[in-house]
Ligand binder design. Structure first.
Ligand SMILES: Nc1nc2c(ncn2[C@@H]2O[C@H](COP(=O)(O)OP(=O)(O)O[C@H]3O[C@H](CO)[C@@H](O)[C@H](O)[C@@H]3O)[C@@H](O)[C@H]2O)c(=O)[nH]1
Ligand SMILES: [Mg+2]
Length: 194
């Protein structure tokens, strides 16, 4: 990582218990040419990918529901969050990773996925870049019940919902996960479900 306007002075490891939390001390060059010293914590879990599965004929989407401790700590009463299928890349190419995650979490084996955009989801604190995908699904692609890895205690519930129902849940706050809102709105904007 190099940039003529950024000079990293020190990277202090604060935690590597699961992923890596560093405190980075650096100098940043301002518009007037002077340098300013700052320290910022950055949590590095690698990059991720997420996907909206949709069926144009049925006008349905596949979402997941799972317990998310950080949300439980911050106002989500039962900790359960409705999300598009997502996972960390684990060194794989984003397309390979999202097909793997889709099969593990939702039980659908996808052959064709389309990347629609990528985004930093929490740029002040988390390094992760998420790759966003969409794919059409139908019953013939279902190879298992999904649910995620038992040994990772994921306990993922698979939801098949009318698209209109998902949009209503977004409007009334039952869906409040960033990547999920972005993909549902993408589908609406591009009229994916007709
Ligand atoms: N033991 C332990 N397990 C952890 C920890 N943090 C995460 N895990 C587990 O590691 C696994 C990661 O599963 P993935 O499917 O690869 O990732 P994800 O948790 O779905 O995360 C994706 O979606 C998140 C929500 O939008 C994103 O935040 C994340 O970056 C990624 O895209 C999950 O079973 C999760 O519980 C931890 O601190 N300790
Ligand atoms: Mg996941």
């Amino acid at each position: 990582m190099s940039n003529h306007a950024v000079n990293i002075l020190k990277t202090e490891l604060l935690s590597d218990n699961w992923y890596t939390l560093n405190n980075v001390t650096f100098e940043l060059q301002k518009a007037d040419g002077t340098w300013e010293r700052q320290s910022r914590e950055a949590y590095d879990r690698g990059n991720g990918a997420t996907i909206l599965l949709f069926n144009r004929v049925q006008k349905t989407v596949i979402l997941t529901r799972q317990f998310r401790m950080p949300t439980y700590l911050n106002g989500n009463d039962d900790g359960l969050l409705i999300e598009t299928c997502a996972g960390l890349l684990d060194q794989d190419h984003p397309e390979v990773a999202i097909k793997r995650e889709a099969e593990e979490e939702t039980g659908y084996q996808l052959t064709h996925v389309s990347k629609v955009f990528e985004a930093y989801m929490s740029p002040g604190s988390v390094t992760e870049l998420i790759h966003f995908f969409i794919a059409e699904y139908d019953g013939s692609m279902k190879v298992s019940e999904g649910g995620g890895h038992a040994h990772e205690q994921e306990n993922i519930e698979v939801l098949e919902l009318p698209f209109s129902h998902a949009l209503a849940m977004l409007a009334d706050g039952r869906i409040r996960d960033g990547k999920t809102i972005m993909l549902l709105q993408y589908a609406q904007l591009h009229d994916l479900l007709g």
